[in-house]
Design a protein around this ligand. Structure first.
Ligand SMILES: NC(=O)c1ccc[n+]([C@@H]2O[C@H](COP(=O)([O-])OP(=O)(O)OC[C@H]3O[C@@H](n4cnc5c(N)ncnc54)[C@H](OP(=O)(O)O)[C@@H]3O)[C@@H](O)[C@H]2O)c1
Length: 302
């Protein structure tokens, strides 16, 4: 290779590194400014799975930013508690719709509950995982497990056509996938695949609707301290839902696909860009196997 060619490669590498760092600074330090405000997007934010964990944190943070909130979840009692707490703390209107996303006949009810509202944000957050890592064919009551996971994790997100496009003229749709949709996670195979679907679906829709003023983002968290993750103690790499959501909302409009939280972005980069897929697969399988063994041992003991 000639000296000129070497210099060109070095300059190109330096330019790429600098532009990546600038983009990182823009996303993780500067953020999206005031984009996620009711005054910019529309009066109402709709959040599915809004009574616990990440969904509840979205509902609260969006209320803090001035949105009126539609809370959609399964249990009316929990919906009433969260809606009362949000109304009194943030002084915004709320509306609740109880619906079990395990069924597919709930969408007309949701649609009529949303009719006439000026919707600026939809957070497709509802999701379920395994109760413990398991080999696919050993999953207890597998038919109903498959049916319910597909309805809750996948169908709920596809039904945005009814929920949002009919009511939104501009706005933001956040589809909560998972880092486990970025590569296969054996022993959580159906969950991981359902989240890969959500990620692909979001990225396809984003390209289709960008020019119509609707931002669609695929959100890919690693662990967050919630009931679903069964992790209670927050650490730097496992944030509370509140910390995660605050960070995530700063990435809207800047990234089509986002891990949402800087330490998670680093983990996403290491696992997908740095580690060879074979090694990653082996590592993830071994973690799943040891979690499975621990769970089964506990079950036996008690
Ligand atoms: N936590 C994590 O580490 C993590 C990591 C990556 C991705 N995620 C994703 O983040 C999203 C939220 O997870 P989370 O950890 O916050 O979960 P969570 O704490 O278990 O909360 C789930 C919420 O969804 C509702 N819900 C569950 N099943 C429902 C159903 N069949 N119909 C209607 N509502 C239902 C629950 O309401 P009820 O209590 O009334 O059922 C609750 O409000 C999920 O999509 C999950 O896959 C989570």
């Amino acid at each position: 290779m000639t000296d000129e060619a070497n210099i060109f490669i070095i300059i190109r590498q330096a330019a790429l590194t600098i532009s990546h760092q600038l983009l990182g600074i823009r996303v993780w330090i500067v953020g999206n400014g005031n984009l996620m405000q009711a005054t910019k997007l529309g009066k109402w934010a709709v959040v599915t799975g809004a009574t616990d964990g990440i969904g509840k944190a979205y509902a609260e943070e969006l209320a803090r930013r001035g949105f009126a909130i539609v809370l959609i979840s399964r249990t009316q009692e929990k919906l009433d508690d969260v809606s009362k707490a949000i109304e009194s703390k943030y002084n915004v209107e709320t509306k609740t719709i109880s619906a079990d996303f395990g069924s597919v006949d709930i969408y007309p009810k949701i649609e009529s509950g949303l009719a006439g509202l000026e919707i600026g944000v939809l957070v497709n957050n509802v999701g379920v995982s395994y109760s413990y890592p398991e080999f696919f064919l050993n999953i207890p009551d597998i038919d109903s497990f498959i049916n319910s996971m597909i309805n809750i994790n996948i169908t709920s997100v596809c039904q945005v056509r009814e929920i949002s496009f009919s009511f939104m003229s501009k706005g933001v749709i956040l589809n909560v996938a998972s880092a486990s949709g970025m590569y296969p996670v054996p022993l959580l195979t159906l969950y991981s695949s359902s989240k890969a679907f959500v990620d692909f679906f979001s990225r396809g829709l984003e390209a289709e609707y960008k020019s119509k003023g609707i931002i669609i983002q695929s959100v890919l968290p690693f662990y967050v301290t919630t009931k679903l993750s069964k992790i209670r103690r927050a650490t730097l790499d496992i944030p509370t839902p509140e910390r995660y959501v605050k960070a995530q909302l700063s990435t809207v409009g800047l990234q089509t696909q986002s891990n949402g939280y800087f330490p998670h972005a680093v983990m996403g980069w290491v696992t997908t860009a740095l580690l060879p897929a074979k090694l990653l697969n082996k590592y993830v399988m071994s973690v799943g196997l040891s979690q499975r063994a621990r769970y089964l041992k506990k079950q036996k003991q008690g």
